[in-house]
Design a protein around this ligand. Structure first.
Ligand code: FAD
Length: 378
């Protein structure tokens, strides 16, 4: 057994940590206050080769595998989970179906500019009546000559209002149920495609939108892979995204813990640092333990994924553990900081609001438990 990161991975961690501290941290407060994603980060990271570290070098990616993607997401999420979410969708969820199943022409046309950060991608699966039951989508794509005519809407879409392209799940054959779902790429600006911002409790610096398609014409050349296999492509991308999602939970948990440890040593009440009270020190001990467990669960799963394993049980397991741990840790950080954490200018209240989302995205905790229990033969 080898528990060391490779030299390449360690160097990448240091580089991305420096980037997060120097380029991202100074703009977090403004982005959160404006409720606007700082889109310039896509091209900045693309130019440095940091945007899609897990993708093959032949397309301009970093060639660092899922471990590389997790390092990028963990380090950015220590600074801001909201900003991380759009970058994370770009580096996996939205572009992976094209990388895995698209034609060479599609990879050159869509994935290469996404890796460079010249184009922003979104992933459109969820609808008003199709959340956990994602196969229940109602957005249709009917063929008309060399075009699909798309009608329907998607909600909660990360990067929705800032994207250039959306990887979209549509029904091409309603009679076939989930086998009638296909995945197509829709370009922003296509006639009949509009977006509207959705406001949220947390992740204010992430762009989230409703997408509406009204007789929107999309070239048939934008079909990914084969018709009727789109649901599989979307779920495959989701399964892999659960791993990087866990890295986001870990990064936020680490930030909340580090701030709490520092505060517990500095803040004095009853003439002594609050960290000397067992009620506080035991909280910190538990937080540190959960972070350690989440870290090694995550990087083992990422390693397994890089060995070619599908991780159908392990990916949801790490997602459940790390997201629930991050939610607990963010709440404990709030208790340790008390009034000081509740103030609008404190990052602690942001961690608290942001962490709650982890239970929902990339499939809720209950849905992950459903997937795990099915893998257990139940
Ligand atoms: C900020 C944000 C960003 C998002 N980004 C994207 C994106 O980029 N692209 C995209 O396509 N989607 C995105 N989503 C959607 C997200 O994936 C869904 O919200 C999620 O899958 C849950 O669906 P739902 O909200 O409709 O909840 P529902 O499915 O309505 O679930 C409600 C409750 O019922 C429980 N439940 C449902 N079914 C079962 C079951 N069978 N067994 C046990 N419990 C069950 C759930 O766990 C939950 O507690 C985003 C959501 C948010 C909030």
């Amino acid at each position: 057994m080898d528990f060391e990161f490779s030299e390449e991975h360690s160097m990448f961690r240091q580089a991305i940590r420096d980037f997060a501290e120097n380029e991202v941290a100074p703009i977090v407060d403004q982005a959160e206050e404006d409720e606007a994603c700082p889109t310039e980060l896509f091209s900045k990271m693309g130019k440095l080769g940091y945007l899609c570290p897990g993708y093959p070098t032949e397309y301009g990616g970093g060639g660092l595998g899922e471990i590389g993607t997790c390092i990028m997401v963990e380090e950015l999420a220590r600074v801001c989970s909201g900003i991380t979410s759009g970058l994370m969708v770009q580096s996996g969820l939205s572009t992976l179906p094209i990388l895995a199943h698209g034609s060479e022409e599609q990879k050159q046309k869509f994935v290469v500019p996404a890796i460079k950060g010249d184009k922003i991608f979104a992933y459109g699966l969820t609808e008003a009546n199709a959340g956990s039951d994602a196969a229940a989508i109602e957005t249709t794509a009917k063929k008309d000559g060399n075009y699909y005519i798309v009608n329907g809407s998607k909600i909660y879409i990360t990067n929705g209002q800032i994207c250039d392209f959306v990887t979209l799940a549509v029904l091409t054959d309603r009679s076939q149920g989930s086998r009638g779902i296909s995945t197509i790429i829709v370009e922003k600006g296509a006639p009949g495609f509009s977006t509207s911002k959705m406001r949220k409790l947390g992740h204010h610096s992430a762009a989230t939108a409703e997408l509406v398609f009204e007789d929107c014409r999309v070239p048939c050349d934008n079909l990914i892979g084969e018709e009727g296999r789109g649901f599989r492509y979307m779920l495959e991308a989701l399964n892999s995204a659960r791993i990087s999602h866990s890295a986001r939970s870990l990064g936020l948990a680490e930030a909340a813990f580090e701030a709490s440890l520092k505060y517990a040593k500095e803040r004095k009440q009853f003439g002594q640092p609050i960290g000397s009270f067992q009620a506080i020190s035991f909280k910190l001990a538990r937080m540190a333990t959960e972070i350690e467990a989440a870290k090694w669960l995550l990087y083992r799963v990422a390693w397994l994924y890089d060995q070619g394993e599908e991780c159908r049980k392990e990916a949801p397991m790490t997602k459940v553990f790390s997201s629930e741990a991050a939610i607990r840790i963010a709440e404990e950080a709030m208790r340790i900081h008390a009034g000081a954490g509740y103030l609008a200018e404190s990052p602690i209240q942001r961690y608290f609001r942001d962490a709650i989302l982890y239970h929902i995205t990339e499939g809720t905790t209950e849905v992950q438990e459903l997937i795990i229990s099915r893998q257990l033969g139940l």
